[in-house]
Design a protein around this ligand. Structure first.
Ligand code: PLP
Length: 394
């Protein structure tokens, strides 16, 4: 009998040999600037916990109180008997926070993209998609069966050329982009893309996963950052990054939200966020609405860290946000760099193929408002030491 799994063993072995095998570490402590990981206490420079909310006592308290009142599970999909008052309240608060007409929750950002794109375009239609868009956008495009036309990264001229050549061959069209690109930290030229969406009669959709809680006044996101309220049809977001919990949503025109209630498949066929998740998210939105303090601290930390890394001689790419890629390019060096950082007490993961192209490996450093000045200095010392040892800097 042949071994039906032999091909998987072989593929796994190949990944190990090429240093493309992802090692998954286990977190044994609450989230924060310091973590207990695989038995070691290390400085955390790789989570998406931009504002330190993942372990904020106000979120914990809100989750506990909601559980005491209402239990845990939503017990059914939203359209049958699983729409809780908390869901409706969070949708209303998110729409207000984003200055959008309406909002709809999904279980995650990933399922928000999977659910939304196929509801808006189908097989007679086209999607114009940035070549570096997130995997969940790519999968949403595939599920839609629309023709996906990629344009050069953050390049409005390339998008214009693709629109001029292809738009008229399709019925409806959607332009979709990450707002902040998660591996490089650069920001999409959303005003130009939105103008093109208007000029070529396309829906405009932005994935704000790394923009909310980061960009715009008090972290209202990329649409607010560029003052485009009311002009971007679909703003997709996640509650798993700056908001510190888990969950996804779409904010935008009320017609689109109403349509997603009828046709968003993960909304219709998968149960919704739990009671404690939803209550904790409501607390996050309140914290962001009350004060810009955390967002301001995040940006101060970002400026301080980046300035120093550049002075040390590291290539930190083209980031314009707290995402700070330390470009090392070569996969083996990058894995080794990450391992050496960990041995020195700093947790920052190596990012390599297939998350980024071959030859563009990097350590992705994520700055957080939860880092103290002391934490940042300590991290800089460790980066300098490992960087010199591995001859990345002089
Ligand atoms: C993380 C991320 C998602 C997925 O969000 P989840 O809520 O974790 O599923 C989607 N898009 C982008 C750009 C992301 O970075």
């Amino acid at each position: 009998m042949t071994d039906k799994l032999a091909w998987i063993d072989k593929a796994l072995q190949e990944l190990r040999e090429k240093n493309l095998y992802t090692t998954i570490r286990t977190i044994e402590s609450p989230q924060g600037a310091w973590l207990q990981v695989d038995g070691r206490r290390v400085l955390n420079f790789c989570s998406n916990n931009y504002l330190g909310l993942a372990n904020d006592p106000r979120l914990v308290q809100a989750a506990k109180e909601a559980c005491d009142r209402q239990g845990v599970g939503p017990a059914a999909v939203r359209t049958i008997a699983g729409t809780l008052q908390l869901h409706v309240e969070l949708e209303k608060r998110l729409a207000e926070f984003k200055e959008a007409e309406a909002a709809i929750l999904f279980q995650s950002g990933f399922s928000a993209n999977l659910g939304t794109i196929p509801a808006l375009v189908g097989k007679d239609d086209a999607i114009f998609s940035d070549e570096l868009n997130h995997a969940s956008i790519i999968d949403g495009c595939r599920l839609s069966r629309a023709k996906t036309i990629r344009y050069a990264h953050n390049d409005a001229a390339s998008l214009r050329a693709e629109l001029a050549e292809n738009r008229s061959s399709y019925k409806r069209a959607l332009i979709v982009t990450d707002g902040v690109f998660s591996m490089d930290g650069d920001i999409a030229p959303l005003p130009d893309l939105t103008d093109l969406a208007d000029a070529f009669d396309c829906l405009m959709m932005v994935d704000d996963a790394h923009g909310e809680g980061v960009l715009g006044h008090g972290g209202r996101g990329i649409v607010h950052h560029f003052g485009l309220q009311g002009r971007v049809d679909v703003e997709m977001g996640t509650m798993s990054k700056a908001f510190g919990v888990v969950g996804g949503y779409v904010a935008g025109k009320s017609t689109i939200v109403e349509w997603l209630h009828q046709r968003g498949r993960p909304f219709l066929f998968s149960s919704a966020m739990t009671v404690p998740d939803t209550a904790a998210c409501l607390a996050s939105v309140s914290i962001l609405e009350e004060s810009t303090e955390l967002v301001d601290r995040l940006w101060q930390n970002t400026r301080d860290f980046k300035d120093q890394m550049q002075s040390l001689g590291f290539d930190i790419g083209r980031s314009a946000t707290p995402i700070t890629p330390i470009m090392l390019k070569e996969e083996t060096l990058t894995q080794e760099f990450s391992q050496r950082l960990f041995q020195e007490g700093l947790f920052a993961t190596a990012i390599a193929y297939p998350t980024v192209p071959i030859g563009k490996a990097r350590i992705r450093v994520m700055i957080s408002a939860s880092h103290s000045g002391q934490d940042l200095n300590r991290a800089l010392d460790i980066f300098a030491r490992v960087g010199r040892e591995l001859e990345v800097i002089n």
